[in-house]
Design a protein around this ligand. Structure first.
Ligand code: DGL
Length: 265
């Protein structure tokens, strides 16, 4: 497939992957992205790895049937459950996943203790164990499963007090005990304000920018990067039929893109 055909398929269990999409569009503004939120099946974090694999295979098959030239799994949970199997099955197409950004948090070299917030499924699988073996030995790294948090973010209205309370119930007891936080679920970059309110001024790390750089590398390697004069665009679709869903994706995406542009690359 040439660089002016097809699109880049990006998916998550719902709205969370738009935090990655913001970085992707900032890094690759000439690409055509199709974002698929599997909101009808969210949250993934409470499902078995087999269920998440099946859902992910279904989405990737659909993307490929529709003409995708690369895939981004904008979901830590789906990456842990499915990335290796998806890459083995579809070897001709670049498939980029996201993992908790523990490596950059450790390599920043300035943290005494790092909290890793993620779904239960992400934290219990082999991929995260390997990450802990590689980066969790020389300093204190505390994995923290946050069941229900992605599901609550999925419902929007992020300024409501119930969400602040929920975040505080997970992380509040770590105030003054951690100085770095890894946002190991793509929904969590949208609640940084609540995390700061609960923990004070900690540094936060997510995998979005790393994914965007990796996608650029793979597209360049395979000669698939869109031409510099192509008009980039983003389309949204969802597995559920809530009439407000796509507006929510668009709204979260615009917020993520504004942050990516403010922070630069
Ligand atoms: N946003 C996803 C992740 O990065 C999944 C959250 C969920 O559906 O539980 O893990």
């Amino acid at each position: 497939m040439s660089c002016d055909e097809g699109f880049i398929g990006v998916f998550d269990s719902g709205v969370g992957g738009t935090s990655v999409l913001g970085e992707l569009v900032h890094e690759l503004p000439h690409e055509h992205f199709v974002y698929y939120g599997d909101s009808a099946n969210a949250p993934y974090g409470d499902k078995t790895p087999e269920q998440v694999l099946e859902l992910s295979e279904h989405i990737v098959q659909r993307f490929i049937d529709d003409g995708a030239r690369a895939i981004v799994i904008a979901c830590n949970t789906a990456t842990s459950c499915a990335a290796e199997i998806l890459r083995a099955r579809w070897q001709d197409i670049p498939i980029v996943g996201v993992e908790p950004a523990l490596k950059p948090a450790v390599e920043a070299g300035c943290h005494e203790a790092i909290l890793v917030m993620a779904t239960s499924t992400t934290l219990k699988l082999e991929k995260f164990k390997r990450l802990m073996e590689a980066y969790g030995k020389d300093r204190e790294v505390i994995p923290l499963a946050c069941p229900g948090l992605a599901d609550r973010i999925e419902r929007g209205s992020l300024d409501e007090p119930d969400l602040a309370l929920l975040v505080n119930s997970f992380v509040g007891s770590y105030r003054d005990k951690v100085d770095g936080v890894v946002l190991g679920c793509t929904h969590y970059p949208f609640i940084k304000n609540h995390i700061i309110a609960a923990l004070g001024n900690v540094a936060m790390y997510d995998g979005g920018r790393g994914v965007a750089h990796q996608l650029r590398r793979l597209l360049e390697r395979d000669g698939l990067l869109a031409c510099g004069d192509a008009d980039g665009r983003v389309e949204f679709c969802s597995s559920d039929d809530d009439e407000h869903r796509l507006e929510l994706y668009q709204h979260f995406f615009e917020h993520a893109l504004a942050i990516a542009e403010r922070n630069g690359s």
